[in-house]
Ligand binder design. Structure first.
Ligand SMILES: Nc1ncnc2c1ncn2[C@@H]1O[C@H](COP(=O)(O)OP(=O)(O)OP(=O)(O)O)[C@@H](O)[C@H]1O
Length: 279
């Protein structure tokens, strides 16, 4: 892991609007090498918009995004920017008729020379990405024949082949069963720990955020309302306010956080079950 704590991405006072609506307001996001930062918050709180804004997929109305060595992201060409920051968006169409390797090769696009398309490091980078995502032995498979979890790993491999300092992931565990969720989360942890990548990930599951992240950013109504280590940012009272439901956060002796909704809120009264039964 890199020892540096200088941010590799630092978004300051970022506001993003749709029409006249500010959906992200004065947000700050700091991504440092070897660290995973989770963005959490209710539906519509601005998590994806903020991530898309710092990935230059969405226009930022005000604010700045600085990359490694303080370079202004807005001053880079799109190819230069794509060599620094990779983004795995929330939903991607699955192309038909291409192999796993072809899909991973998409990630090399910013590294190809403009005219002749040469990419001397390409083969090694693609193989590295396939190995990290445990897809080497599937590299010839057609991607439309993969399971959801395998496909998610292919897109992560494609982002890794891009060979960037910063990796942004929008709900990387969406639609995956528990086993694949754990696999993807372990992979993300490995990318930060063993490869020093600065990762920013939107996550819905607060327990996954607590387990995975070094830092958690909580968004509410487009504003950052907490930003810190999980034990600090995932505060029960704050989360209850933000999600408008009672949320309890327990800290175990071993330092594990457990975020949950008290059971009585989930229990259905017996009579409603009776009432639902057909006569
Ligand atoms: N293309 C768009 N046009 C107009 N408004 C949009 C658009 N995309 C998102 N919004 C609005 O911006 C706000 C923030 O949306 P965003 O998708 O960033 O939230 P989110 O926290 O990622 O939500 P979710 O958890 O549901 O994915 C919401 O009010 C949403 O309705």
């Amino acid at each position: 892991m890199s020892a540096s704590t200088e941010p590799w991405l630092h978004a300051r006072q970022v506001s993003i609007s749709y029409g006249n609506d500010d959906v992200v307001r004065d947000a700050e996001l700091v991504l440092t090498p070897g660290r995973v930062t989770a963005l959490v918050g209710p539906n519509g709180s601005g998590k994806s918009t903020l991530l898309r804004g710092v990935a230059r997929l969405q226009r930022i109305r005000t604010g700045t995004v600085a990359l490694r060595d303080g370079r202004d992201a807005a001053a880079l060409s799109s190819r230069e920017f794509a060599r620094e920051v990779a983004m795995l968006a929330q939903s991607r169409p699955t192309p038909v008729g291409i192999t796993v390797r072809d899909a991973v090769e998409f990630g090399r696009h910013p590294h190809r020379s403009r005219w002749r398309g040469s990419d001397p490091d390409g083969a090694a980078r693609i193989e590295h990405a396939l190995r990290l995502t445990r897809l080497l032995d599937r590299s010839g498979d057609m991607i439309d024949e993969l399971s959801g979890g395998q496909l998610q790993r292919v897109w992560i491999a494609s982002a890794l082949a891009q060979h960037t300092d910063v990796l942004l992931l929008d709900e990387p565990t969406n639609h995956l069963d528990l086993r694949y969720q754990v696999e993807v989360l372990e992979l993300i942890r490995e990318l930060a720990d063993d490869h020093g990548i600065a990762v920013g990930a939107v996550l819905h599951d607060l327990n996954q955020a607590a387990a995975l992240a070094d830092r958690v950013v909580v968004l509410s109504g487009g504003r950052v309302v907490a930003d810190g280590p999980p034990a600090q940012a995932l505060d029960g009272d704050l989360l209850s306010d933000v999600f408008e439901i009672d949320i309890v956060v327990e800290h175990s002796d071993t330092g594990v956080l457990h975020v949950h909704v008290p059971r009585q809120l989930l229990r259905r009264p017996a009579r409603s079950v009776e009432a639902a039964r057909p006569a």
